[in-house]
Ligand binder design. Sequence first.
Ligand code: S3P
Length: 437
Amino acid sequence: MNQLISEKADNLTGRIKVPGDKSISHRALIMATMAIGQSRISGLLEGEDVLNTARAMTAMGADISKAENGDWLVHGVGIGGLCQPDMPLDMGNSGTGARLIMGLVSTYPHETSFIGDGSLSSRPMRRVTNPLEKFGAEFHGARGMTLPLTVSGIMDPLPIEYEVPVASAQVKSAILLAALNTPGKTTVIEPVPTRNHTERMFKHFGVDIEINGTAITVTGHPELGPRDMLVPSDPSSAAFPVIAALITPGSDITIENVGMNPSRTGIYTTLREMGADITFVNERLECGESVADIRVRYSTLKGITVPQSRAPSMIDEYPVLCIAASFASGETVMGGLGELRVKESDRIAVMVKGLQACGVTVLEYDDGMTVTGATTIPGGATVKTHLDHRIAMSFLILGLRADNSVTVDDGTVIETSFPGFQRIMNGLGANIGGKSL
Ligand code: S3P
C-alpha cells in the first residue's frame, strides 16, 4: 500500500493532458481483436484496467504490441477466431473488462474463467449472466454469481431480444459483443440511454447496427477489417483537475483533447449550473468521437439539485462532484444513484464516511446523498479507499483546499484509470506527496 497525502495548494495553472478514455480503450482493444489484420490505436489508456483487457485478448489469440511512437498495434483474429485461454483471465479491478469480455466469450464453445481483486470479486455479475444465458451460455460463479466465475460458452448461440433492467452500458455492451458471434439479429433495449462507445465503435468497424431510440439491433457474423483509432482523453479523469481548479482560488488551467461524447459530459453541465467557469475550446470530431480542450477558472460555486435523469451521463463523477459540493454555497442534492453502491466500492457509503471524517456536512440516503457546502473544511483525516481509484483521487482533490492535509490509505489503485495523476496534478501546482506503508 502506498499512502498519498495532499496539502493545501496555491493557485493551479497550466496546460495538461490526462490519459486516454478508459471505456473507449477497452472497446478499442476488443474490437481490434475482432477484426482480421492489424489495427493501430493512438492514445490508449495504459492503466491497469485496460492492460488487463490487453492481456486477456492476448491470451485468446490477439498479437498486441507497442510501437516506438507509443501507438498500440493489435493483430486481430476475427469474429469466430478467438481461442480458449489456458489460464483464468485476471481482470484485476475492472468491472468493464470483466463484463464486456464475459459477453464476448459467451458465444464461443469455450470454458473461460474470470478472476479479479477483492473489489471486483464482490461486484454483481447476474446483470450480465442473465441475458447471456439466453444466448445459451452457462455460468458458474461464487456466492450468488460473483467472481471467480466460469463461462461455459455455446457453440450455436441463438439471437435474443432483451430489455436491460438497469441503466448499464456494461450490460448493453456485453450483449452486443455476444451478438457478434451469433447468427441473425440481436436486439438490446435500454431503460435510458447510457454511454454509447460500443455502438460508435461498431459503426467505425462496419458492423451492421441499427439504433431506434433505446433499441439497438446488431446483425451477427460480420467480417471486420482493421481500423485506426484515436482515443481521446478521458472526461471522467479530466473531472479531477477540473474540480481541483474550480475550488482552488486563482486557478486557470486547460486540459487538452478531452472526449465530449454527450453520453459522458453530464458533470460539465452540472458544474456549469453550479456557476463553474468552464469553456470548451476548439471543439472537433476525431474518429467518430467529439473532443475539445477544456479551460477552467476558479469559481464561486452554488449548490443545486442534480437532475436524476442526468445520472447515466456522469455516473462515475459523483465522488468528485461531492468535493465540489463541499465548497459550494448551500446544499447539493444527488439522488437516483442506487448504482453507486455497486461500483468499485459502495461509493455512497465510502464518500459519506470520508467526507464526515474531513468535517463536511453530508446526509446519506439509500440512493444518494446531500452535501452542505462551507467556505472552510477542516480536513486532517486519513480516508480508506477500499480499492477504489475514484475515491482516492477525490479525497486528494479535497486536500488541496482543506485546512489540514488529507491522506488516502492506498494511492496505488489510481493506476487503474489515471497513471501519472500525482505528477500531472503537481505539475499544475498541487502538493500531493507519497509515503509507502
Ligand atoms: C462503463 C460503464 C459504467 C461506468 C464504468 C465504465 C463502460 O458502468 O461506471 O466506469 O465502459 O461501459 P455501468 O455500465 O455498470 O453503469
